[in-house]
Structures are given as structure tokens and as C-alpha cells.
Ligand binder design. Structure first.
Ligand code: GUN
Ligand code: ZN
Length: 437
């Protein structure tokens, strides 16, 4: 049998658990000169480089990344594939931003060729930024998300994605119905859920663009497909919350709209969660639902400052994911996203340590999407989805690094504060280099 062994040599960093705070060296494993041995898309061994000869086989490739950091590939827990030409759209807050820029852009994904080209660009861009897995919103069109899955399958990436369900509050060509949204999602699950590395996500856009009948159908989908994630948006913006209350006057609040239809559980990702009431925090905690923090989007659309510690460290702790939310978000880079998360937390008097940030981008994000046994750490048995980072990628970074005397946490903080796609020296998907600079 032909196996394709590859050895990556460099500084290896992988988190074991959530860091307790600055200096928690027991939360990660760091090998200053290590090797990751990869075979058939999986990690088969991790060792000190002194042992490299024991792992060499005839014809095996050695990629020398000495001096650079090898981490698990980044995981983005909320991003919109049809919004690559919405990113950087001027001057509006959420509801106007949706109708002025987003809906027209998403309308073009009715065209299969446009969707195919869009999927190629999108997946190229994620790879260039070191993101190897994402939880993705499509447009309303079933064919567009099929094009996305086909492209992801060709590349061997682990992607979780859904056809966005929306049966009101948008131009007619961009709406489905409660019935067709249910039917199309069910067909997608049959065709694509756990076909190789692809996963289907039940994706009602948000309460404003779904009738009660459609949320009922989404609840049925969640019940019938308990292995699928559910994703939607919640409590991003004050006008959105007020309009939702008008559309669902019989519900106790925004979270209760989703809860009523059986959409709030441990496999639910709720994008934004900025303006939550205490009872909603308590209920999310009890249900194990995930609040997805999208810092660049929240700043750019002017939505508000996510209360990270209020959710994570309160009496009713809520699970948190970190995400770009492109095209509301302004960067594909999880490094840039972490930098903006840090600044939002500063404005709230909270601290995001570099250890916590890198744990979130890798292990913790994999955990909140239910993929911790597959990705997010560098351990034998897990997929070889990896990113190689260069802390001296730009003049400003190299210059700043001259003042770092071997302190890993300080280096990571420089990387997240100054780094972006330029700091990504290589990305590996299932053991194969992709989109390397
Ligand atoms: N709420 C409903 N749809 C969207 C979207 O596409 N982006 C953002 N940021 N919020 C939303
Ligand atoms: Zn979003």
C-alpha cells in the first residue's frame, strides 16, 4: 500500500484545555523544536525533533519550518460565504446594511457559476488566512450551497454549512417557504451531512426573516437531525431586537422565540448575543447554547460591545465561540479577529490573554462546534489541519520581536495584535499544503 508520510518540523503549540489566565503553562504543550508526523491526512505522532530519524521512511517529505510556530488550523465559527463582495460596505447599521448591500449580493448566488466562483474565492481566502474549518451561512439557494460543498470536498476541508432559510422580510427572489426550506435542508442533509468532511447546519437566518411556520420547520429539522448544528443570529442590534418583539409579540423575548421552536440546545450557535437579558443568559447557560463573538463585525456595523466575561465568568456561564462574520466582519483573519476581541474587552475593562485567544481560535472553537475529536489540537489521531505562523512576517513584527526574549505568551500577543494573512507561512489541510505563501 502507498502511504504519504510527511514530517513537519518547527515549534509546535497545541492547547490541552482552557487557559486559566496569563501564565497558565499547564494549558498547552509547546515543543521548541518538534516534529508532527502526518500520514493519510491524520497526525500519527508528535515528538521532539531529536527523534526525527525514527519517523523517517523512504520517500517521506520533511517540511522544515524551524523557528516558526505550527498550530492547529484556525476554526471560524460564523461566516457568510455569499458576502465576499459585501465586506467593506459603507455607512449602515444592521437592518439597512442587510437590505442595501447584503440581500442584493446574495441574490446573485441564484446563478450556479457565480456560486462556484464565489466558493473557490472564499475557500482560497480562508486557506490563505490559516482557517481550515468554518461554520458557514450560504444564501437561500440550495444549488449555491451544493456548489460550496462540492468545492470544499475537492479540497478536503472540514466545513459545516447550511442553506439559509428565509421566507419573509427580503426580496422575493431571495426567499424560500417554510415547506421548501424544510425540504431543501432535508435533501442537503441526506446528500452531504457527514459525506467525508462535510457537515450540514440547520440555518434559519434570524427571526425577522422567518415566519413562525418556518421556525417551526427549523425546529423539526433540528429534532429530526440531532447530529446537525443549528445556527442563527440573535440580539445583535437594538432595532433588530425591537422589530423581533413586534413580529413575535407572544414570546417572552428574543431567545424565547428560538427556544419556543426547539432551536436552543448544546448544538446551537447564536451569532452576536450582544444585548442579552439576565434571564436569557441563564437559559443559554442551562441549554448549553453557544454565543458567537464576532468582534470586527460588531464594531464595523456599530452593533455594540460583546460582554465576554459577563457571559463566561458569570453565575450562569455561557459557552463562547469566536468568529469573523465576514461580510459584516472586516477581516478573514482569525488573528485580526482576536486583536479586535481584545480591544472590545479592553473597553469593557476585561482582559483577553494571548493564551485564551489562541486556545479559542483552535481547540475551544473546535469544541463549541462539536469537532474536538477531529480538529483543534495537534495530537495523534486528529486530522492534520495545521497552520504555520511567522512571528517576524512584517517589518513591524520583526522589529517588535527584537524586544521579546523567548517569552511565548508575549510572542503570541505580538502575533495576534500585529499579525494577519502575512503571518501565515503555510496552511495544511488533511496533511497537504494549500495556499502557501
Ligand atoms: N443578521 C441577519 N443576517 C445577518 C447577516 O448576514 N450578517 C449579520 N452580521 N447579521 C445578520
Ligand atoms: Zn452573520
Amino acid at each position: 500500500t502507498i502511504t504519504s508520510r510527511r514530517i513537519l518540523r518547527g515549534r509546535i503549540l497545541s492547547f490541552l484545555r482552557r487557559p486559566a489566565g496569563v501564565g497558565d503553562a499547564s494549558s498547552y504543550r509547546h515543543l521548541a523544536d518538534g516534529v508532527v508526523v502526518v500520514e493519510d491526512g491524520r497526525i500519527v505522532a508528535v515528538a521532539d525533533a531529536g527523534e526525527i530519524d525514527a519517523f523517517r521512511t523512504a520517500g517521506c517529505v520533511v517540511d522544515d519550518h524551524r523557528g516558526k510556530l505550527i498550530l492547529p488550523g484556525f476554526v471560524d465559527t460564523h461566516i457568510h460565504f455569499p458576502q465576499t463582495r459585501v465586506i467593506a460596505s459603507y455607512g449602515e447599521q444592521l437592518l439597512e446594511w442587510l437590505s442595501k448591500y447584503t440581500f442584493p449580493a446574495e441574490m446573485r448566488y441564484a446563478d450556479r457559476g457565480h456560486a462556484e466562483a464565489g466558493a473557490r474565492f472564499f475557500l482560497d481566502e480562508l486557506a490563505r488566512n490559516g482557517t481550515t474549518t468554518a461554520v458557514v451561512y450560504g444564501s437561500v439557494h440550495r444549488e449555491a450551497i451544493e456548489a460550496f460543498f462540492e468545492e470544499s470536498e475537492r479540497r478536503g476541508t472540514l466545513m459545516l454549512a447550511g442553506k439559509t432559510m428565509m421566507d419573509r422580510g427580503a426580496p422575493a427572489p431571495l426567499t424560500d417557504t417554510a415547506e421548501s426550506g424544510y425540504r431543501d435542508t432535508t435533501a442537503l442533509v441526506k446528500a452531504w451531512h457527514r459525506r467525508g468532511r462535510q457537515r450540514v447546519v440547520v440555518t434559519p437566518r434570524f427571526a425577522i426573516t422567518s415566519t413562525p411556520a418556518q421556525l417551526e420547520a427549523a425546529g423539526a429539522l433540528a429534532r429530526e437531525n440531532p447530529d446537525c448544528l443549528v445556527q442563527t443570529h440573535m440580539s445583535e442590534n437594538r432595532a433588530e431586537i425591537a422589530y423581533t418583539a413586534e413580529l413575535y409579540p407572544e414570546r417572552a423575548g428574543y431567545l424565547d422565540v428560538y427556544d419556543h421552536y426547539g432551536l436552543v440546545g448544546p448544538r446551537t450557535l447564536l451569532g452576536h448575543c450582544i444585548h442579552l437579558r439576565p434571564d436569557e443568559i441563564e437559559r443559554m447557560s442551562e441549554a448549553g447554547a453557544v454565543a458567537v463573538f464576532c468582534p470586527t463585525s460588531n464594531l464595523f456595523i456599530g452593533s455594540g460591545l460583546f460582554d465576554h466575561d459577563g457571559l463566561e465568568k458569570g453565575p450562569h456561564p455561557v459557552r463562547i465561540g469566536l468568529a469573523t462574520d465576514v461580510g459584516g466582519g472586516t477581516d478573514y483573519s482569525m488573528l485580526r479577529t482576536a486583536a479586535e476581541a481584545y480591544k472590545i474587552m479592553q473597553l469593557r475593562g476585561q482582559k483577553l490573554s494571548a493564551l485564551s485567544a489562541f486556545d479559542r481560535m483552535t481547540r475551544a472553537n473546535a469544541e463549541v462546534i462539536g469537532e474536538a475529536d477531529e480538529i483543534g489540537r495537534i495530537e495523534p489521531g486528529l486530522a492534520a489541519d495545521l497552520v504555520v505562523l511567522d512571528s517576524r512576517a512584517t517589518p513591524a513584527m520583526a522589529h517588535r520581536m527584537e524586544a521579546v526574549d523567548g517569552d511565548l505568551e508575549e510572542e503570541l500577543f505580538v502575533l495576534m495584535t500585529l499579525g494577519d494573512d502575512r503571518a501565515v507561512a503555510a496552511t495544511y489541510v488533511a496533511g497537504r499544503p494549500v495556499g502557501a505563501r
